[in-house]
Every structure is written in C-alpha cells, then in structure tokens.
Design a protein around this ligand. Structure first.
Ligand SMILES: CC(C)(COP(=O)(O)OP(=O)(O)OC[C@H]1O[C@@H](n2cnc3c(N)ncnc32)[C@H](O)[C@@H]1OP(=O)(O)O)[C@@H](O)C(=O)NCCC(=O)NCCS
Length: 191
C-alpha cells in the first residue's frame, strides 16, 4: 500500500491527520451526551480526550502499524465567511483484523455543523481513498438502528444495508441491535 498524500481537500472541507492539541477541539463534541449516545464509549472527559487523541495521532494510513486512517474534519478556510477553519468532526477507516482488503468506516460530526452535508462530503472522500487509493475490496459501517442519522448517511453515500443483527451487542446497560452497511469495489465500478 502506498502512503497517501495528506491533507485531503473537498469542495468545502479539509481532512487532515490529528495533532496533539486536537483534544481541545474534540472535547466539546465528544463530551456531549447526544453525540456519544450510540457510540461504544461514554461522553469524554478532558482526560479521556487526551488519551483518545494520542491514540489517533499515529493513524495516518492503512499501510502504517496502526492499520488505520483517522482524519479530523475541518471547514475550509473562508467557508460561509467564517474566519479561518474550524474542527467539525472526524472520519476514519480501519482494516478489519486479519484482512488487508476489508475496512470499517466511522464518522462523527459536531451537531452544530449537522444538516449541511458535511459528513456526506467527508465520507465520500474517504470512500474514494479506500477504493481508489488503497484498492480495498469492501468497506462496511455498523450502527445502532436507532441512530437514524448515521444509517441515512450510509445510505446517502451509496452503501447498501446488508444485515440487521438482533441484540448482538451489550452497550450501556442493554442488548442493542446492529445494522451493517457495505460497499464493494465492484459496486462503484457499476455505478
Ligand atoms: C451520523 C452523523 C455524522 C450524521 O450527520 P448529518 O449532519 O446528518 O450528515 P450530513 O452532514 O451529511 O448532513 C446531511 C443532512 O444535510 C442535508 N444536506 C444539506 N446539504 C447537503 C449536501 N450538500 N449534501 C448532502 N446532504 C445535505 C441532508 O438533506 C441531510 O438532512 P436530513 O438530516 O434532514 O436528512 C451525525 O449525526 C453524528 O455525528 N452523530 C453522532 C455520532 C455518531 O453516532 N456517529 C456514528 C456512529 S455509528
């Protein structure tokens, strides 16, 4: 796998690797109850933010030891006349254990930046990297079916719902269902 040239740029966004001082920008997003509701983790504290960001800094490509690419989503300079750029979320892909050709994708957006298609734009760019740069065979996403915003996003970017697993995951004091969405490299060639 070839190293990727970063940052990635889309019409309205810059997707860049993590830096040490990103804990500060991510804490207000991940500490929210509504953001973490369907994540496997609890709302972040300042201490958790530091350790989580430290784990993400090395995730600069699937070819690295981390086997993952984790990118901060920033608005491009000058967007909507905002001064400078602003961190609005993050997006990541990571190789499935034991595979070099299948990866999972995950996304988080600041609710204050929701409803403008920013997550869609970032996810489409990430799928492009997954299939065109890394030549992956399959990318999949998993979410709690109650997380309709996430399921709608997967659908919007052309992923196909493949499964609805019943109560397969113990999370936050209850058995929860899981939706699995997938996209194959060959789906893109047909599109
Ligand atoms: C999942 C999540 C990233 C989706 O965010 P989102 O704001 O709904 O997604 P987008 O940024 O792509 O915006 C899509 C919305 O903007 C609208 N939109 C406006 N302009 C658009 C454009 N140019 N392109 C696409 N959509 C656009 C869409 O119609 C859609 O609106 P709707 O919600 O009324 O259907 C967000 O809800 C989130 O971070 N949730 C918490 C964390 C989480 O659970 N992550 C997933 C774990 S599995």
């Amino acid at each position: 796998m070839e190293p990727l040239t970063l940052p990635l740029r889309t019409d309205r966004l810059v997707l860049r690797p993590y830096r040490e001082n990103d804990a500060e920008a991510h804490l207000p997003i991940y500490s929210r109850e509504d953001v973490s509701r369907f994540l496997l983790q609890d709302p972040w504290t300042a201490e958790v933010a530091e350790t989580e960001i430290a784990k993400r800094i090395p995730r600069t490509g699937l070819e690295t030891e981390s086997r993952a690419l984790a990118l901060v989503i920033e608005t491009a300079d000058g967007l909507d006349s905002l001064e400078g750029s602003r961190v609005i979320g993050d997006i990541a892909i990571w190789l499935e254990d034991g595979s070099e050709s299948k990866a999972e994708i995950g996304w988080i957006l600041d609710p204050a930046a929701g409803g403008h298609g920013f997550a869609t734009e970032a996810a489409i760019a990430m799928l492009g990297v997954a299939f065109e740069h890394y030549g992956l065979h399959r990318v999949f996403a998993q979410m709690d079916p109650r997380n309709t915003a996430s399921a709608n996003l997967a659908q919007r970017i052309g992923m196909r719902q493949e499964a609805h697993l019943r109560q397969d995951w113990w999370s936050k004091g209850e058995w929860t269902d899981t939706l699995i969405f997938g996209m194959l490299n060959s789906d893109r060639q047909q599109a």
